[in-house]
Ligand binder design. Structure first.
Ligand SMILES: [Zn+2]
Length: 346
């Protein structure tokens, strides 16, 4: 089968589209999906650079997000049948350990992501446990394959951050850095669904205009405006209740400067660097909560798919590329030009 593979780490120069062996028939409890579209995530760029602590087996089939048609099912599979259109949840757990039995799949010691630890979705076929597929909801107008592929990773991640971890409530103020990225976009929309007031930042005025169209209440251009000062003025020095910071070193100090008393900072990434500092006295005096979050569990996934079925959280697709042009798609992501998800049709 044709697939987008990484032949070595060190960046996008080592990305190629080539023939690889297909995955074979699905084992017990597994499902083989004929992928129709796969969406890109920042994770794909980190994987291509080379992640510490990940054992690479080259060629590595890239891609975490995807959607397609169930092509074959293994013994004992009851969730789906061949011919079903499905969304793929990229986070694969063992579904047997203590964390999994407690419903906390992203804490599973054997947790892995498609396209990082396991063969990914940028291929004609992918094998996943039946727990990792969900029937595509019927919407009007119908979800396109590109929209379906763009849904899972960022919506699930943002849901866990905003709902489960930060527990955002109606009337609270939530600031999200870096609108344009898929998680930030989904986080803003989920905070709005919960009745929060949302502030978003971007370096692009065009992206901020789109943010307002999608429901953001206040926008700041972090290239031309001093966001922490602006937010303190906007909130009469009170600060915000929740900051969503997936930027890391570049924004951390400003995130804390505008975090109000009793505020929560939630992070699922550190795109500008991982080493952040904090004054512990301010942490206890203002009774802040600093929390990490990654991906989501099966209950959260079922909930975001249910919301999608109600017409909420429909993904925003930036641009669709054919598989042959996957390198150009990854380069667009690397330059940060996208608004919404970049999708590759298989
Ligand atoms: Zn487990």
């Amino acid at each position: 089968m044709r697939a987008c593979v990484l032949t070595a780490t060190g960046g996008l120069a080592h990305v190629a589209v080539q023939q690889v062996p297909d995955p074979g028939p699905p084992g017990a409890g597994a499902v083989r999906v004929a992928v129709r579209a796969a969406a890109l995530n920042h994770l794909d760029l980190f994987v291509a650079q080379g992640l510490q602590g990940v054992e690479y087996r080259f060629p590595l089939i890239m891609g975490g997000d995807g959607a397609g048609v169930v092509d074959a099912v293994g013994a004992g599979v009851t969730a789906v049948r061949p011919g079903d259109s499905v969304l793929i949840n990229p986070g694969v757990a063992d579904y047997t350990c203590d964390f999994c039995r407690a419903g906390e799949h992203p804490l599973c010691p054997n947790y892995g992501l498609l396209g990082e630890h396991l063969p990914g979705t940028l291929a004609e076929y992918v094998l996943v446990p039946e727990q990792n597929v969900a029937r595509m909801p019927k919407l009007d107008p119908a979800l396109s394959w590109a929209e379906a592929a763009a849904f899972s990773l960022v919506t699930l991640t943002a849901w866990r951050m905003i709902v489960t971890r930060a527990r955002v409530r109606a009337g609270e103020t939530v600031l999200v850095w870096g609108f344009g990225g898929g998680v930030a976009l989904a986080a803003m929309r989920i905070a709005k669904l919960l009745g929060a007031r949302t502030i978003v930042t971007s370096s692009s005025d065009a992206k901020l205009q789109e943010a307002r169209r999608l429901g953001a209440d206040v926008t700041f251009n972090h290239r031309t405006q001093k966001v922490a000062q602006e937010v303190r003025a906007l909130t009469q020095k009170r600060g915000v209740d929740v900051v969503v910071d997936n930027v890391g070193e570049g924004t951390w100090n400003d995130s804390l400067r505008m975090l109000g008393r009793g505020g929560r900072l939630v992070t699922c990434g550190a795109t500008t660097g991982p080493n952040v500092a904090m004054d512990a006295r301010r942490l206890f005096w203002y009774q802040w909560t600093i929390m990490g979050s990654t991906m989501g569990n099966l209950a959260e996934y079922a909930e975001v798919v249910r919301r999608l079925g109600q017409g909420e959280l429909r993904p925003v697709v930036d641009r669709v590329f054919p598989l042959a042009d996957v390198r150009a798609a990854l380069e667009r992501l690397e330059r940060g030009e996208q608004l919404g998800k970049i999708v590759v049709e298989i």
